[in-house]
Ligand binder design. Structure first.
Ligand code: HEC
Length: 116
């Protein structure tokens, strides 16, 4: 076994082989830290407790996530596409460019934990 093969864990080695050089390795689900993602991307508006008691929230009319009743596909759409008001002013940004699909999946579960 050569040195490279010994350094890479078997699964990553296989991915590197299949995808070829230069392909970013997909982020494994177990490395996703949903609470941290929420604090970084969502808490500035939704608040660390999801209750939208932030200055930005009052201005934008952010919804209290503990009261949310949205189903998973609607939450995914909200995070992926964001939300504009009727006049086209952005209320919540789209996270399509910022988050991977599996990060959004983790955030859906995270958001639902705020529910009573
Ligand atoms: C710039 C502020 C802002 C940021 C950042 C933000 N949101 Fe929002 N979010 C809003 C606003 C405003 C609404 C209410 C939109 C409306 O009136 O329907 C909302 C609504 C939601 C809803 C729907 C709640 C409901 O029941 O209707 C979910 C779920 C949600 N946000 C999740 C997230 C997640 C997860 C993140 C981070 C990835 C995030 N938001 C980041 C402002 C924000």
């Amino acid at each position: 076994m050569n040195l490279c093969a010994r350094l890479l864990p078997p699964r990553l080695w296989l991915i590197a082989l299949v995808c070829g050089p230069g392909t970013p390795l997909p982020r494994a689900a177990e490395t996703i830290n949903a609470p941290e993602l929420f604090i970084t991307h969502c808490a500035p508006c939704h608040g660390p407790d999801g209750r939208a008691r932030t200055p930005a929230a009052r201005k934008l009319g952010v919804k209290d996530l503990t009261e949310s009743k949205l189903a998973d596909p609607e939450i995914r759409r909200q995070i992926t596409e964001g939300k504009n008001d009727k006049g086209g002013k952005q209320l919540m940004p789209s996270f399509r460019e910022k988050l991977h699909g599996d990060e959004i999946t983790a955030l859906i579960a995270e958001v639902k934990k705020f529910r009573k």
